[in-house]
Design a binder for this molecule. Structure first.
Ligand code: SF4
Ligand code: SF4
Length: 115
């Protein structure tokens, strides 16, 4: 279902514009103010960027690998969220629901999808 951003984040901002689902926010407060949820205590205090599991599809339906992890300059900063595994089919449906005006590619996605 989702990746998460670890406390190693240096808030460089590189990931935010790359997300095809608008699942990344500069602060947890901003994500929550827009009705989204963030895993555990990540981003409390608004010191790091966050991913909301409500909108992340692990880039399934859009790209062959998660774009946030691809552009992040920090190793192991954008990683799978163990709390939210979801099968590939569910991620495709989620991508369609979130992006009614975009073409969703059922063959796009990485090999680490869980669930
Ligand atoms: S894995 Fe893809 S959809 Fe999820 S936050 Fe990263 S860029 Fe966005
Ligand atoms: S690219 Fe990495 S270090 Fe930069 S804001 Fe995103 S998660 Fe944080």
């Amino acid at each position: 279902m989702a990746l998460l951003i670890t406390k190693e984040c240096i808030s460089c901002g590189a990931c935010l514009p790359e997300c095809p689902n608008e699942a990344i926010f500069e602060t947890r407060s901003d994500a929550e103010a827009k009705g989204n949820h963030v895993t555990g205590w990540l981003g409390i205090g608004d010191s790091i960027y966050v991913i909301t599991h409500d909108r992340c599809t692990e880039c399934v339906g859009h790209f062959d690998e998660p774009q946030c992890a691809s552009v992040c300059p920090v190793d192991d900063c954008c990683v799978p969220d163990p709390s939210y595994p979801e099968p590939r089919e569910a991620l495709i449906e989620k991508a369609k629901r979130l992006n009614p005006d975009k073409e969703i590619h059922a063959d796009k996605g990485w090999s680490k999808v869980r669930g």
